[in-house]
Design a protein around this ligand. Structure first.
Ligand code: NAP
Length: 289
């Protein structure tokens, strides 16, 4: 007797590398809480095998899978359908699998939820400096623009990357003023006085030796909201300095949690046990420290 999609829930995460991932304990906790039999497995797949693996996976009774770096864009041409939101964002992180493969992006939802819940920040009418113009920045821009941001300043060490995102999103969000600055302390000086929220969407802060990213004195001049997509370490240099200066801050754990909860709902059609998933994430994070 084979495994059926209905009685046994099979999910996976595909990326490269995956040693940092906390998704498996989070989803396993959700399955347990919901009294659903199932597994969430991680597959570290080398880029040259990616398309073959996805096609092979389609033959197996998976209910769905997550895709992470570096495949969130690469997966799109392989899918049968892609949600409107994921098309605009240009990246898919969640796939629902049946006879066909349906792609979604739950990162933007996760970021929007975390901004609201963890930072108590609404983007409506606000100016945001987003540092980093990679994959995660796309989901952040979508959530901020959809949430009614007035101005989004995009910074990256490679100006061309920031320009690409501006060009991509401007036609979808005509009311939002998109601006580009080159990454660098001096460049930020000119835009920071009007900024309400600073978002770090770079890997700067993962290592203890990483620089601060922005000049420290800006936090004394203005009480900013500061969101760092990094969640391990939980307190990056950026968040520590900002908080010490009275700014409201959040790391990216809430984004990870809510993107996972939304993915679980897409796959199962059931409301995700968010509190349980949060507890599992916190426990898994502690064990990685
Ligand atoms: P990515 O695709 O590598 O993008 C990062 C971008 O930041 C790249 O364009 C990079 O440029 C740029 N950059 C690096 N250093 C910079 C600096 N000092 N100033 C300005 N720009 C700089 O990575 P990603 O997938 O977008 O992820 C970004 C971060 O978010 C990572 O730390 C990741 O772990 C985190 N993340 C968190 C969640 C969550 O759920 N909380 C979800 C996704 C990602 P180069 O390519 O030239 O280096």
């Amino acid at each position: 007797m084979g495994i059926s999609r209905k009685s046994f829930h099979l999910f996976s995460l595909i990326g490269y590398p995956l040693s940092h991932s906390l998704s498996s304990p989070m989803h396993m906790a959700a399955l347990k809480k919901m009294k659903m039999h199932g597994l969430y497995m991680t597959f570290e797949i080398e880029p040259k095998r990616f398309a073959t693996v996805i096609k092979g996976l389609h033959l197996l009774p998976f209910n769905g899978f997550n895709v992470t770096v570096p495949y969130k864009e690469k997966i799109i041409p392989i899918l049968h359908t892609v949600s409107h939101e994921a098309r605009i964002i240009g990246a898919v992180n969640t796939v629902k699998q049946g006879k066909m493969l349906h792609g979604y992006n739950t990162d933007a939802y996760g970021f929007a939820c975390s901004l609201n819940e963890d930072l108590r920040f609404s983007p409506r009418g606000k100016s945001i400096l987003l540092i980093g113009a990679g994959g995660a920045a796309r989901a952040c821009i979508y959530a901020l623009a959809k949430g009614g941001a007035k101005k989004i300043v995009i910074a990256d060490c490679i100006r061309r990357k920031a320009e690409k995102l501006k060009k991509h999103f401007s036609p979808f969000f005509k009311k939002v003023q998109f601006t580009i600055v080159k990454a660098g302390e001096q460049e930020y000086e000119s835009v920071l006085p009007e900024v309400d929220l600073l978002v770090n969407a770079t890997p700067i802060g993962l290592k203890k030796t990483d620089p601060l990213l922005v000049p420290s004195h800006i936090f004394q001049r203005k009480k900013l909201y500061v969101y760092d997509l990094i969640y391990n370490p939980a307190h990056t240099k950026l968040l520590t300095v900002a908080r010490r200066n009275g700014c409201r801050t959040s790391n990216g754990l809430g984004m990870l949690l809510h993107q996972g909860a939304k993915a679980f709902e897409i796959w199962t059609g059931k409301r995700a046990p968010v509190a349980e998933m949060r507890r599992a994430l916190q426990k898994a994070l502690k064990s990685k420290l």
